[in-house]
Design a protein around this ligand. Structure first.
Ligand SMILES: [Mg+2]
Length: 264
């Protein structure tokens, strides 16, 4: 998906690389879809098919997630994914006409278990981290609850690659806040233009990193479609609007970084 009209960027000044985690290094949305389907199959609601329950979940998510930061949920969300995951399931059941907190608990626990079980790195991620880590200090900057993000790093067994790990849940704020990028700069003792950020979200990763003065590589993959995507709307890849800053590089897979970061 890289644009052939754009020039290959010069990354010779890059001295450190930070990565986003979900859907940059690992296929989080895919794991989430596996977890949801499995949970609704394991704990069915009357004779409602799992696929229909997933649609209820998605509709509940679209309504509930924008309120996460302003309804008194955020402090709890930062520490643990459990309270909001349960609330999300409770709202899903209500949409199916079922008011049953203990069933929501079973679904929430099963979803978490199956999602974690299904979570996997993209095929080239391990190789890329293995090749870059002797040459660059690597770091992670990831949004989400502290316990979930730590669990993902453990499940994927990638902790040893990173000298610095910045998690929204542990910092009390996440991307796209500029302070997060400044904190990450300080940790490696480098100037903004000496740091590359690799991420899948234009709004949370790429635009704020450019704004911080960092170099950027935007990872775009066909799998990057959340389970909450509205099936009534056509799947539309994010487009950069006129006037928005452009990343240095757009890649379809992480291995495309290697010739630029490990030349010769
Ligand atoms: Mg991401």
């Amino acid at each position: 998906m890289s644009d052939p009209d754009r020039k290959t960027p010069d990354f010779s000044l890059i001295k450190a690389v930070y990565f986003d985690l979900d859907d940059t290094l690992c296929a989080y949305w895919d794991a989430s879809k596996v977890g949801l389907k499995g949970a609704f199959e394991a704990h069915p609601i009357a004779n409602i098919p799992a696929s229909e329950m997933v649609r209820h979940w998605a509709a509940a998510f679209r309504e509930y997630s924008p309120t996460l930061k302003d309804k008194g949920w955020y402090d709890r969300y930062l520490k643990s994914g459990a309270p909001t995951r349960l609330e999300q399931m409770r709202l899903t059941l209500l949409r199916a006409g079922v008011d049953d907190l203990s069933h929501a608990e079973r679904l929430s626990d099963e979803y978490m278990r199956l999602r974690d079980q299904a979570l996997a790195l993209f095929p080239d991620a391990w190789m890329v981290l293995e090749q870059l880590s002797p040459k660059y200090p690597l770091g992670l900057i990831t949004n989400g609850p502290a316990d979930i993000q730590r669990q993902e790093i453990a499940t994927l067994n990638i902790g040893e690659f990173f000298q610095n790990v910045f998690i929204e849940g542990e910092m009390g704020e996440g991307k796209p806040h500029l302070t997060v990028f400044r904190r990450a700069e300080k940790a490696v003792g480098l100037q903004p233009h000496e740091i590359l950020f690799v991420g899948n979200s234009y709004d949370h990763d790429i635009a704020p990193a450019i704004n911080a003065g960092w170099r950027t590589a935007w990872v775009r993959r066909p799998s990057d479609v959340p389970p909450s995507a509205d099936p009534a709307l056509p799947a539309k890849p994010k487009e950069i609007q006129t006037g928005q800053p452009l990343p240095d590089l757009i890649v379809g897979e992480l291995s495309a970084l290697l010739p630029l970061l490990l030349p010769g």
